[in-house]
Ligand binder design. Structure first.
Ligand code: SF4
Ligand code: SF4
Length: 220
């Protein structure tokens, strides 16, 4: 039988939390959606584009509800039958989603996305950190990185290694100085670059010369 309404199966929530849009700003600013429950995906990171159905580098950053651990399923989804823990305050995209007729949710993809700088007000002492991190270590276009790694691994590794070191040194410094928790870090700076490179077979290790990036044996 043709689906005409939500069956409240929770599959959409288990696939991942929603990206936030302009209309969701009040939820975050009021604390009903704390930044500790958000994660930033920076420009250049790879993400599934529901319109094209492919994995692509993000043309602009997005902020979304985080998962749990390394899983992307929305952290507000309660699998024991209660469903969404913030149902009354769920973001715009959750209210619009109708999996059986996705026209409206697809029209929202990439539109009026909230960024970190939309969320952090002008006086927030953490705002300059976001700008400094972007200046020191912007996320590269990871689709390009993946292609380059295939054709010239040794040529591109030193630059990636330097970027990973800068990223980690920056995080270590500001985490100490501002006493940030992991959840703050994921919202403010997204995931560390070395983690984003792991799917391409790059591993981080510590050596006498400092941090090193190496390609897993026989990966390419
Ligand atoms: S929108 Fe679809 S996937 Fe999501 S809970 Fe409803 S029926 Fe399930
Ligand atoms: S906020 Fe609620 S409705 Fe939206 S994905 Fe999470 S659990 Fe599902």
């Amino acid at each position: 039988m043709e689906q005409t309404e939500c069956k409240r199966c929770g599959l959409c929530c288990q696939k991942g939390g929603p990206a936030l849009h302009g209309q969701d700003l009040a939820l975050v600013r009021s604390g009903r959606l704390p930044t500790a429950d958000l994660i930033t995906l920076r420009r250049g990171e790879l993400a599934h584009n529901p319109r094209s159905g492919t994995i692509e580098p993000l043309p602009a950053e997005l902020v979304k509800i985080r998962g749990i651990g390394r899983e992307w399923g929305c952290c507000y989804y309660q699998p024991t039958g209660q469903g969404c823990a913030i149902y009354r305050d769920r973001p715009l995209a959750c209210g619009v989603l109708q999996c059986w007729q996705p026209k409206e949710i697809l029209a929202l993809v990439g539109q009026d996305l909230l960024s970190r700088l939309d969320i952090l007000n002008d006086e927030d002492p953490l705002r300059p950190l976001v700008l400094e991190h972007e200046r020191l270590c912007p996320c590269p276009d990871l689709a390009e990185v993946e292609k380059e790694l295939v054709v010239r691994t040794a040529g591109i590794l030193p630059a990636l290694e330097t970027a990973v070191r800068i990223d980690l040194a920056f995080r270590e410094r500001v985490i100490k100085e501002f006493q940030l928790q992991l959840a703050d870090e994921l919202f403010l700076f997204g995931r560390p670059l070395f983690q984003l490179l792991q799917p391409f077979g790059l591993l981080l290790s510590e050596s006498a010369q400092g941090l090193r990036l190496t390609m897993k044996k026989n990966y390419i």
